[in-house]
Design a protein around this ligand. Structure first.
Ligand code: PLP
Length: 368
């Protein structure tokens, strides 16, 4: 098996969603008039009540209810509750730590995906190669005993921003190949809460598997900085030693516990997210029809949290992005591909505003 994958080069600066203050200043439109669709998180996150005063005064303590809530929430596929995890300050903390735990080696990372992954593996001097989804199929032709082309394979499921989603059966097959050769599989399941059927959490006790989960996306609680790393107990011991005792602050632990225990909110949020993202996909298909038919847009796909459009070139990407900016709507423009990501509007007033802007864009296309 020979692969010629491109090697990753770190950019000078990593850019993320957000930046509404800067966008408002540049466009000269007051910030109150903007809608920010540039992030991919649930815009109607778990409603945080007033916190007990004691949470601000006490140092974080384990077994305050958070560990039990995590066990309940993530054990959807398992009879004996999962207890092989470490709580982290968002998945970001785990993303920065993992490359420090393994000898310098080779890692495969999706060509398009959350940019912090390649950045940190490269920062800690691993050789980072960028794969496309179709490259993974070749791995099934691997002959037992012959070397795999990596030490670690990273999968983001579903991928942000491409929306690529891998089925559980596919991932199980991959894990089998990786396990036989004593390599490791890291799966970033930050956006998987609404599709538990694709999770490999029930295999997370496997020595060759690491799974990252986040409370930032589905629960919309990016600000509390809480995530969970699942793996085999031997790796978890090392992770604990690196992270120290107070990864997640007491107020964050309290909020995370309540959110993970709120099953009624979770059921409703799943339905609302799926409904909203289908609505967004239909709106974009209709409004950008002209661009789709003339192949200015190569693909329009959706996850339960956002829609993603891949434009044919920089000019088309830029036109759509700047037309929306004129209407005080910020979507995420990627610089490593010609992709735009549209987050979900928060309420009917934002839907109206987006629909109005897209209708104007459609009209201007017709008169071009
Ligand atoms: C795929 C993916 N994984 C992980 C993260 C990090 O999220 P957090 O640190 O808030 O858990 C992000 C953030 O955007 C992401 O897109």
């Amino acid at each position: 098996m020979t692969f010629k994958l491109p090697r990753y080069t770190a950019p000078d600066e990593l850019i993320h969603g957000g930046g509404i203050i800067e966008a408002a200043k540049r466009a000269g439109i007051p910030i109150e008039q903007w809608i920010d669709l540039s992030t991919g998180i649930n815009p109607n996150g778990w409603p945080v009540p007033t916190l007990p005063a004691s949470t601000w005064q006490r140092l974080p303590e384990s077994n305050d209810g958070l560990e039990q809530a995590i066990q309940e929430y993530y054990s959807f596929d398992i009879t004996n509750g999962l207890n092989n995890f470490v709580i982290t300050a968002g998945s970001q903390s785990a993303i920065q730590l993992l490359p420090q735990l393994f000898p310098k080696g080779t890692i495969w990372i999706p060509e398009e995906g959350y940019s912090e992954h390649p950045y940190w593996w490269n920062f800690y001097q691993h050789k980072v190669f960028l794969y496309r989804p179709e490259d993974l199929n070749m791995l099934f032709q691997h002959k037992k005993g012959s070397p795999l082309p990596f030490d670690t394979l990273l999968i983001i499921n579903p991928n942000n921003p491409t929306t690529q989603t891998y089925k559980k059966s596919f991932l199980e097959k991959l894990l089998n190949v990786i396990e036989v050769e004593s390599k490791q599989l890291v799966i970033d399941e930050a956006f998987l809460d609404t599709q538990p059927e694709h999770s490999l959490l029930n295999r997370s006790n496997n020595k060759h598997l690491i799974i990252l989960r986040s409370l930032g996306k589905f629960f919309g609680l990016a600000g509390i900085r809480c995530g969970v790393l699942f793996s085999h107990p031997s790796l978890l011991n090392t992770v604990r030693k690196h992270l120290g005792p107070w990864q997640v602050a007491t107020p964050s632990r309290w909020v995370a516990t309540q959110a993970l225990n709120d099953t009624n909110w979770q059921k409703e949020a799943t339905i609302l997210l799926k409904h909203a993202s289908c609505r967004l996909e239909t709106l974009l298909q209709k409004s950008l029809q002209h661009h789709i038919q003339s192949n200015n847009i190569i693909s329009l796909t959706r996850s339960d949290y956002f829609c993603s459009i891949l434009c044919s070139d920089f000019e088309k990407q830029n036109i759509i992005h700047s037309q929306l900016l004129k209407h005080a709507i910020l979507v995420r423009k990627f610089s490593d591909s010609f992709r735009l990501r549209f987050g979900l509007p928060k309420n009917e007033s934002e839907w109206e505003k987006l629909t109005h802007a897209l209708t104007n864009i459609r009209k201007s296309q017709k008169t071009e």
